[in-house]
Design a protein around this ligand. Structure first.
Ligand code: ADP
Length: 433
């Protein structure tokens, strides 16, 4: 801060005193003049000493202490110091406010952040990093991170100094947690460690891989069969009519199987596509079940006793095509997994506020440990039986999707050797009285 008149205000009192001493010299002689001049200088020195002391006291006083009353040029000095102090504390305040804002933003980040110094010691970390690495911002301050995250992969990543690719690793403390870790060097050999929970992403990736493997596997078997027969036709001279009819029939079966699989895959993909809005209408469930009953009779071809029980007249608000597909899957499963002579009941009923379509069979049943997995894609209790009867392993997965779209749920109870009960339950808001 400029102090234009300061030098002058310091110099003018002794200067005036010197002029006055010269005058006194000419009037009263040198002794009086020098004596008075010395007294003046002594008083001036005393004034500076008092002000200096006030300055020293003020500088060590806590912030906000009152500005001392400086005499002479000291008043200006105190004022200048006071003003520059105010500017400094205001910029300090702004700086710490900005720092606090940054820290709050870093704390609110959905990813983990750990600031490391050049010795890989923790300088700061946000709450997400605390949970992901089981570290504490306060307790572990300046602890080496490799002492706390004791995983060889992690230590290698840190020491390799090649941070172009993130490190993907399972958390040692929580095996269900998969983390993607990226080190970002900055400033003077400091590092920022960013960690992201990619458990869900990994799960989806595994599901995608499994799905492709399953589809390929499902298609390969019928394709191999058809390919094999086509090869035998190349050698057509040795094939008689009866043989070729049988081969055609088998090829037809396999093609139908592939067709079924592709149809189910397309249905699943349509159901999973969020863009497609489900058109809704009042579905006449009784008429729908009568049709399904007839279809089940033709599928069963007299091997089962089929009963239709229409216990309620209510209808459903939903998508007819989807509901038909879901109910049809439950009915065809009952026919396919019930040995000859068994009973199958299709029941439309109210239970409390809900409406339910239930299919009860006296078939092979399912052991309780498998029930929770039945709606997974391609999950089958007995692969051979499912394939023999034309199953794709996608039926119940489609049923679950359709029910979820109707805010409904699938209830399954079963006893091995005795039979199963599959119920599609719909909430009150879907019921039309
Ligand atoms: P799939 O095409 O194999 O029938 P689903 O998704 O429809 O596929 O059913 C999955 C599995 O659930 C079947 O493979 C079968 O093991 C079992 N399952 C389904 N419905 C029944 C039922 N009514 N009785 C016994 N098991 C059943």
């Amino acid at each position: 801060m400029p102090m234009p008149g300061l030098i002058w205000s310091v110099l003018w009192p002794p200067f005036l005193a010197a002029v006055a001493a010269l005058l006194l010299w000419s009037l009263f002689g040198p002794v009086v003049a020098l004596l008075l001049f010395s007294v003046f200088l002594l008083l001036l020195l005393l004034q500076h000493a008092v002000n200096l002391r006030a300055l020293a006291n003020w500088l060590v006083a806590p912030p906000g202490a009152e500005v001392p009353d400086g005499s002479g040029a000291w008043g200006d000095v105190f004022n200048v110091i006071y003003q520059s102090g105010r500017v400094q504390s205001s910029s300090q305040y702004q700086l710490s406010a900005a720092l606090e804002r940054f820290q709050r933003a870093a704390e609110a980040m959905p990813d983990g952040i750990v600031m490391l110094n050049e010795a890989d010691q923790i300088e700061w970390c946000n709450p997400v990093a605390e949970t992901q690495f089981d570290i504490s911002n306060q307790r572990d301050h300046l602890q080496r991170i490799t002492y706390l995250v004791r995983q060889a992969q992690f230590t290698d990543y840190l020491s390799a100094h090649n941070y172009a690719e993130p490190l993907v690793m399972k958390s040692l403390r929580n095996a269900d947690l998969t983390l993607s870790i990226q080190l970002v060097p900055f400033g003077d050999r400091q590092k920022m460690l960013l960690s992201r929970d990619i458990t869900q992403l990994e799960r989806v990736e595994t599901m995608r891989r499994d799905f492709i493997a399953n589809v390929s596997h499902e298609l390969r078997t019928p394709l191999t069969v058809v390919g094999g027969f086509l090869e035998t036709f190349e050698d057509a001279e040795h094939i008689n009519m009866e043989q070729s009819r049988r081969h055609f029939q088998l090829m037809h079966d396999q093609t139908r199987r592939m067709q079924g699989l592709v149809d189910d895959l397309l249905t699943l993909s349509r159901l999973e596509s969020k863009q497609e809005k489900m058109p809704e209408e009042a579905v006449d469930v009784r008429a729908l079940l009568q049709t399904l009953h007839k279809e089940a009779q033709s599928l069963s071809a007299g091997r089962h006793r089929l009963h239709l029980e229409l216990g309620t007249e209510c209808n459903l608000l939903g998508n007819e095509r989807d509901l038909r597909s879901a109910f049809g899957n439950l009915v065809s499963n009952a026919v396919r997994y019930t040995p000859e002579g068994g009973d199958i009941v299709l029941r439309w009923e109210r239970k409390g506020a809900e409406a339910r379509f239930c299919v009860q069979d006296s078939g092979i049943g399912i052991e309780s440990q498998y029930i929770s997995r039945l709606t997974e894609r391609f999950y089958r209790v007995d692969r051979g039986r499912s394939r023999e009867t034309g199953g794709t392993g996608l039926g119940l997965s489609i049923v679950k999707h359709i029910l979820t779209r109707h805010q409904g749920r699938l209830e399954i109870s079963s006893e091995p050797g005795k039979g199963s009960l599959f119920c599609a339950c719909f909430p009150e808001r879907r019921v039309i009285e």
